[in-house]
Structures are given as structure tokens and as C-alpha cells.
Design a protein around this ligand. Structure first.
Ligand code: PEP
Ligand code: MN
Length: 337
């Protein structure tokens, strides 16, 4: 961390700042130029409050020279992390696609869709059993029964299960039953949940929060990793902006940023970003073109009657067609789909 003093800072003000930091165990390197006087603070500076230091008398500005995240940081881990989700490598050459309904509705529904997405080329299946709904009167998910249906669909297809967790009291059950645990946008900053997930060794799919900055999103990954679970996959799913035509605004530049700043796999969910099925295919292609390691796509065999998010769900035939077209884009950028 670098602290730049104002030109009018007195000797006493500068030594006071140095003393406060030295008393906390930091070492200080001083540089006094003709017009600018600054200090470099060396030590575990991520625990320092920049906003507080900026308010000290004599301080002009405070700069971080390092990002506040360590374990997720590409600087300390230059190679891409390739995670193993029950035998499916994610983050490597092959783009992995997770597909399935927004919510698990019936056994027949989830098994039929799982078989269809497998035939279309998906390598994992999704389905919400615990649903974070904006309204308490909307369908809240089949909960434990939904997990049973997902497990039966896994049995029938061999596809690993991706499903969302909403509270820490379900972790034991999820560790037992789920291959990739999803933390939804609404829980991205549920730090107690993240800390508890950090104690498991199950891969975590961490969605970007509704209005989270890229750094906040990475810091949430850091929470999980700091607990000992380094198996984190980031998922860009659109952010809230002033635009209301689309459900959210898909931030594809965040994929580039997250891949530059971290070594974690980054996937894209065009379904929740767009909110409309006809945008899913072109956005999925764009995501692959910018370098996403995978996709999360909502697919329903009868979207008109879906219990949740039918408007953004692809029918199986459209999904299978998209998978074929993704192969072409993947090849152009030296990857496989
Ligand atoms: C979901 O994937 O079902 C979901 C609720 O997504 P998000 O958390 O991105 O809104
Ligand atoms: Mn959904």
C-alpha cells in the first residue's frame, strides 16, 4: 500500500501516520521527493481500512498496489485452474455446458429434460430444488424432494447435478447429494454461507451478485477459498443496470476481467441475463467467443407451462442446435465444445 501525503502535511502529521502503522506491525519505506512525499507500507495490508487512512491529517491519497484477494489471484497462480466436477474437467480446453430447467417440477420432467440435454451434448444438468424467489407467494421449490428427483435423473443419465443452496443448514445434505453446489446471485455476499462452504471440498459455482462489482464477486470467491475449498467456478449472469428491456445486462467484459485477475474457471449464464429465450443462443455464442469456460443454460421441455422462468428457457431441439453451433465457434478460438 502506498500513502501519498499532501504538500501541506507537517512532519508531525507524517510521523503520526507512520507510528500508527508501525505500531500495528507494518514496515514503512519513506520516499521524500521535491514535491511529493509518500510512504510504502509493507505487510498484510489487506486488513487495513483505506478509507480510514485517507482521513488521517496530512494524507492526500491511498493506493493499493496489490488486489485484496490472494488465493484467487492469478498473480500467485499464473496457470488456469482446471477443476474436476465428478469427472468433468472445467476450465480446460473443452467448454462445458450445464443445462436443465429453472426448477425441478416432477420426476418425469427433470428426467426427460436431463436425457434431452445429455443427447444435445450437455455435460452436467441443472435444476433448482430450493428457489430464491422475489415473491414469497411464488413457487419456492420442491426442496428435499427436488434433490431426490435430481439424484434419480443423475442415475438415469450419468450427468453430474448442479443445484442452488440457500442456507448453511443444508450443507451436509448438499455435500452428500450434489456434484456442484450453486450459490445464487442473491447469496453472493452471504458471508456466513460462503465461510461454511469453504469448509467443504465440493466444487462451488459462485454467481455474480445482482449489483456486485467484479472485485466484490472475486472477494466472495476468496471467502470460500480462504476456508480451504479452492474449487470455485465463477458465473457471470447479468447485472442490474438502468436498462429494463432485458432482465439483466450481460457483462461479457467481466468474463475477460475475471479471467485476467483470477485463475478460476469462469462460465456464463445467458438465460438469467437475457430473460428471453431468443437472446440465449446469440449471447451463448458471444460468451464462448470471449473465452468463457462454460455455459449455464435453462432448458425446458414445455416452457409455456414451466413453473419458473419459462420465458427464458430453450426447448431441447433449440438447445441441441445451439450446441452444434458452439462447436464451430469453439474451434475458431482453439477450444472444443
Ligand atoms: C438460477 O440459476 O436458478 C438462479 C436463481 O439464478 P441467479 O441466482 O443468477 O438469479
Ligand atoms: Mn431460473
Amino acid at each position: 500500500m502506498i500513502i501519498v501525503f499532501s504538500q501541506t502535511a507537517t512532519v508531525e502529521e507524517k510521523s503520526r501516520v507512520k507510528n500508527i502503522l508501525e505500531d500495528q506491525g507494518f514496515s514503512i519505506h519513506t520516499s521524500d521527493g521535491l514535491n511529493t512525499s509518500l510512504i510504502g507500507v509493507v505487510g498484510e495490508t489487506s486488513r487495513l481500512d483505506m478509507n480510514l487512512i485517507r482521513e488521517y491529517d496530512g494524507v492526500e491519497k491511498v493506493l493499493r498496489v496489490q488486489e485484496p484477494y490472494k488465493l484467487a489471484n492469478r498473480a500467485f497462480h499464473p496457470e488456469d485452474s482446471v477443476l474436476d466436477v465428478s469427472g468433468v474437467p472445467i476450465g480446460g480446453k473443452k467448454i462445458q455446458v450445464i443445462a436443465g430447467p429453472c426448477s425441478v417440477e416432477t420426476q418425469e420432467q427433470v428426467t426427460t429434460i436431463a436425457q434431452a440435454v445429455k443427447a444435445g451434448g450437455a455435460s452436467m444438468m441443472r435444476g433448482g430444488a430450493f428457489k430464491p424467489r422475489t415473491s414469497p407467494y411464488s413457487f419456492q421449490g420442491l426442496k428435499e424432494l427436488g434433490l431426490e428427483y435430481l439424484k434419480n435423473a443423475r442415475e438415469a443419465t450419468g450427468l453430474p447435478i448442479v443445484t442452488e443452496i440457500m442456507s448453511a443448514d443444508k450443507i451436509e445434505r448438499f455435500v452428500e447429494d450434489v456434484d456442484l453446489i450453486q450459490v445464487g446471485a442473491r447469496n453472493m455476499q452471504n458471508f456466513e454461507l460462503l465461510k461454511e462452504l469453504g469448509k467443504t471440498n465440493v466444487p462451488i459455482l459462485l454467481k455474480r451478485g445482482l449489483s456486485a462489482t467484479i472485485e466484490e464477486w472475486i472477494m466472495s470467491a476468496e471467502y470460500i477459498m480462504a476456508g480451504g475449498n479452492e474449487n470455485v467456478i465463477l458465473c457471470e449472469r447479468g447485472i442490474r443496470t438502468f436498462e429494463h428491456y432485458t432482465r439483466n445486462t450481460l457483462d461479457l467484459s467481466a468474463v475477460l476481467a475475471a479471467k485476467k485477475l483470477t485463475h478460476l474457471p469462469v462460465i456464463v449464464d445467458p438465460s438469467h441475463a437475457a430473460g428471453m429465450w431468443w437472446m440465449v443462443e446469440p449471447l451463448a455464442k458471444a460468451a464462448v467467443a470471449v473465452g468463457a469456460d462454460g455455459l449455464l443454460i435453462e432448458v425446458h421441455n414445455n416452457p409455456e407451462c414451466a413453473w419458473c422462468d419459462g420465458a427464458q428457457s430453450l426447448k431441447p431441439a433449440k438447445f441441441a442446435n445451439l450446441m452444434q453451433e458452439l462447436k464451430i465457434i469453439a474451434r475458431v478460438i482453439g477450444r472444443e465444445a
